[in-house]
Design a protein around this ligand. Structure first.
Ligand code: ARG
Length: 318
């Protein structure tokens, strides 16, 4: 399998731009300067800040290199002093079918990032990378793809709510994208963004941390994901944020992976690429949240693109 694996099913062969495209931000000003989740310990960071800052730079470069090596294109948000969490670009917006729904953050510490992500998306629109930039209604909080992940195999969004995003954002996502959105309540403060606890894989499996979700959330998952497609992440992997993985075709990039989890994923036809991101774990983040996929297409948009460009579609099916 390659990235081509993602093309099967609904989306067929209609991906006009076959290169996956991601938004990232260099960790020049990354650090743990405040605490807005239980992973963040500013005093621990401060004790070794020079070493950790250097480690963050190396680890981020490792992730970027791994994505580039697999053919990805990467756009960079200009880094900003005193905004250490701007590196977590997954939180910038929800992006699908060329539309970006800009995030609004729960905590003032991160609200200061909003104008920078907004400016970046307007620049991406000017360059034709996205077609439209949408705003959330006043007071609705939704922290981008950190709490709203597109599942290609099911052509739907999974949305986490509670700690960082409002349940009311669900209908905004549905109206903006015209895509079914299933909202799951989060209940473990360690898994404060849904992307720390749930990762839909390209072949339809779902990697998830059951204890991160309320009973209602777990049954919503069970209703939509067949038992043989559910891959439960156990405590040790969950605490390394293994579920915060980037899935690119048959490759899963994650910061750490136990032998057991690796065996299970390999058995199902995936390759695990371990990309150490320990410096970012200290902020409660890992691979998925350091990236934001910009080129995702839903089933309907993919079909429309194929109708507009039949020549392209048949060319890319080879
Ligand atoms: N320190 C950041 C915060 O608490 C980490 C964000 C990680 N992002 C994510 N999508 N999980 O907001």
């Amino acid at each position: 399998m390659s990235e081509g694996r993602q093309e099967k099913g609904n989306e067929g062969t209609m991906n006009v731009n076959p290169r996956p495209r991601f938004l990232m931000c260099r960790p020049t000003h990354f650090g743990v300067l405040y605490a807005i989740n239980p992973w963040m310990k500013p005093q621990d960071w401060q004790r070794h800040d020079t070493v950790l800052a250097a480690q963050a730079q190396r680890q981020w470069a490792g992730l970027r290199g791994a994505l580039l090596a697999r053919g990805a294109e990467i756009d960079l948000v200009p880094e900003v002093e005193r905004l250490p969490d701007l590196v977590f670009t997954a939180n910038a917006a929800v992006v699908l079918d060329g539309k970006a729904l800009l995030a609004r953050f729960r905590h003032p510490e991160r609200q200061a990032e909003e104008p920078h992500f907004r400016a970046m998306f307007h620049a991406l629109r000017a360059r034709g990378v996205v077609d439209a930039v949408h705003e959330l209604p006043d007071r609705t909080v939704l922290e981008g793809a950190g709490d709203c992940v597109f599942d290609r195999a099911r052509n739907q969004f999974w949305m986490g709510f509670g700690p960082r995003s409002d349940a009311s954002a669900r209908s905004v996502v549905e109206d903006t994208f015209g895509i079914d959105t299933v909202a799951l309540e989060l209940c473990d403060p360690r898994f404060y963004h849904m992307d720390t606890a749930l990762c839909p894989l390209s072949g339809g499996e779902m990697l998830y941390v059951p204890g991160a979700f309320t009973a209602a959330g777990r049954s919503a998952i069970a209703e939509r994901v067949a038992p043989d497609r559910r891959i439960e992440v156990e405590e040790a992997d969950a605490c390394q944020l293994a579920a915060n993985a980037v899935c690119l075709g048959d490759t899963l990039m994650m910061s750490a992976c136990s032998d057991r989890l690796r065996a299970e994923l390999t058995e199902r036809g995936y390759r695990v690429a371990v990309v150490p991101l320990g410096a970012f774990l200290r902020s409660g983040g890992s691979a998925f949240c350091l990236t934001l996929r910009l080129d995702r297409r839903s089933a309907a948009a993919g079909e429309a693109a194929m109708q507009r460009q039949p020549a392209m579609a048949s060319a890319s099916s080879r």
